[in-house]
Design a protein around this ligand. Structure first.
Ligand code: ATP
Length: 269
């Protein structure tokens, strides 16, 4: 199967509130995608307010693009289909036409639906020179034709949401079909604090640990990097316990009861 996931809205388990920071991005997605899906009647008059068929999320790796796509489906009450550009072109390039038709007809049956295309640059990247695989070119053309073919009634309820770390690799024809482009940036210190608070909300941390210092010391870290720091800190009590066990010591608290200490993540910077 070339689709990596199909999830009904109630089962995604991620909401906008689970995403730290990115407030402007959430507001834009609300206007562009959630409102037209939930309140189509507001967009059905005149010519100016046409629901957009495609949105591009771009920005550095690990900044929450996939997370936003999933939360968007929850918030819009839409099904979520996820495909990965590179899988489609590497594994399935023989059947471009059949696959694209299947994907779009599946999507219209599941509408309202968000079709999330991760690594959209590998599926719909710039038309390569002589080196491009003929099958990749066919796949891209089929995909764009099917996308254009969405009837306007469907386009209100089927949104193609592309994500990429390499927006400059996208070809003009694709850029035109993704008229709304949203930059998902690395978090600044205030936003890193918000993200860290989400990860640490249910953890037992050293009482005098100052999360703000960690946020200040992690310039350039993505949400994903911050999560990795927290996971490493949470693992340490487990490791200590295993070490103690090896030495034949009896431990008196379970790892979960030992407070997390994140101090040296600040000092290591
Ligand atoms: P890539 O471009 O590498 O695919 P991405 O931008 O799609 O990355 P995600 O996969 O959404 O990034 O994020 C990776 C993980 O980092 C998420 O599962 C989540 O746990 C965490 N994360 C990233 N940003 C945030 C955030 N703003 N709030 C909460 N968690 C975040």
């Amino acid at each position: 199967n070339f689709i990596s996931a199909v999830v009904p809205p109630g089962e995604i388990g991620i909401k906008f509130d689970d995403i730290g920071a990115l407030d402007d991005v959430k507001t834009t997605l609300h206007e562009l995608a959630i409102l037209p899906m939930k309140r189509p009647e507001l967009f059905s008059h005149g010519n100016l307010l046409r629901p957009c068929k495609g949105i591009l999320l771009f920005g550095p790796p690990g900044t929450g693009k996939t997370l936003l796509a999933k939360a968007l489906a929850t918030e819009a009450g839409a099904n979520f289909i996820s495909i990965t550009g590179s899988t489609l072109t590497s594994k399935w390039f023989g059947d471009a036409e059949k696959l694209t038709k299947a994907l779009f007809s599946f999507a219209s049956k599941l509408a309202p639906v968000i079709v999330f295309v991760d690594e959209v640059d590998s599926l719909l990247g710039a038309r390569g020179g002589g080196f491009e695989h003929e099958a990749t070119r066919r796949m891209r053309n089929e995909f764009m034709a099917a996308w254009d073919g969405l009837r306007s009634k469907d386009s209100q309820r089927i949104l193609i949401l592309g994500a990429t770390n390499r927006p400059f690799d996208l070809d003009d024809a694709v850029i035109r079909r993704l008229p709304r482009r949203i930059y998902v940036d690395l978090p600044d210190a205030d936003n890193r604090l918000k993200i860290l608070k989400i990860f640490l909300a249910k953890e037992n941390i050293e009482p005098d640990f100052d999360i703000r210092s960690l946020a200040n010391a992690t310039e350039g870290y993505s949400g994903s990097d911050l999560k990795n720091i927290c996971i490493a800190a949470a693992y340490r009590p487990v490791q200590e316990l295993l070490d103690e066990e090896k030495k034949g010591k009896k431990y008196d608290t379970t790892p979960a009861l030992r407070p997390l200490n994140l101090d040296d993540f600040i000092q290591s910077k």
